[in-house]
Ligand binder design. Sequence first.
Ligand SMILES: [Zn+2]
Length: 413
Amino acid sequence: MKSILIERLGLVGANVAAVGMLGASPCFGQGASTAAVPEARPADSDPIQTLVGRLDLEKYKATIEALTQFGDRRQGTARNRAAIDWIEARLRSDGCTNTARLKYAYFPTDRQLPSGPPIARGAHAAVGGARYRGIQAPTGVNTDPLRQPDEKLRALNSEPATPGPREEVYCTKIGTRHPQEMYIVGAHMDGHGWGEAANDDGSGAALVMELARVFASPDVQTERSIRFVLWNNEETGLNGSWAYVAQRAALQGREDPPGSGKYPEPKWLGMIQHDMMLFDHGMPRADGTVSKEQRPEADVNIEFQSTAKRAEGAQQLAWAFYAANEAYATDYPAAVGPHMTNTDSTPFMDLVPAISLRESERGREIGAGWDPHWHQPTDLYATFTDPDFRLGLNAAQTSLGAIARLCGATVVK
Ligand SMILES: [Zn+2]
């Protein structure tokens, strides 16, 4: 099996350890025509296993909890700006010291760019091209402060958004051999609904920060670069990620200043978004209620968008993440689906392979009410239990393993 795979990937004569490194060819979609899933078991001396082992459930939980001190972190408020300052300080103290901020402006009256592909609507149509099955429960965004019973949290969340300037923070692990190429690893740090945005998207933001911490360690080298981005304004229509694409797409791969070996915007090899990582309790029951327990068969949902111009490459990227889950995730498996939508990967999906990781599929599952805390006052750190947090940790193990393979990570003495 392995040798067939090596041949198919054009890796004849390569070290078997490279089997997992689909990213040895950064141009997804131009190589193997079928999705090749490498066999999963890492070698005993696998440096990537060492890196995955540096993720920790308690650290992940602590980062989510720390983000909730800023309430729902709604864009255009002081609590949102304070959260960005805190995230930047934390990235720097974790060793990711080359932080930068993208600046843009947001006005609700601006023309909104799409949050997903245009999809024909039918009786069972869900966003992203998915199809509803079984029982659906209502979803929506809570806008009523009085539904937040915690008066302190209600007060913290009380400042409304003001239109105007916005910022979002990122930092970059610079590649040693190919600094001019990078994968983008993202999550959105803003939220709404009068809770603490613990799951949406404290869970994704904390995942990205934990990966930044592990890769920033001085004994870790990667051949390619990795950019960690904490998007703002996701909840208003992906405005922060649309602004990034508008400002920076044309800068890709340029050495600046010439001859410096510095690439302010390395060429994009792929974009991986993390959004709501914790809660997979299954379909609502006939009465609309959802199980209080994480279902034992919970999984990490990896989605690409089949209508994207770069769908073929995105699909291969999705399978590379699936394979990394098989190799490195301790508790929960992964599933791949073709209906990625309503996520900060959308602005990238026609330009580069783009995927999202979530607790459930966005269209037919989250969109059908599988997560009753979504955009609600109950999206609180205290709502979730260790089996929930562990699903997020497994997504972190999946993404760390996949990105480490794709970027050629090693641990140096
Ligand atoms: Zn979200």
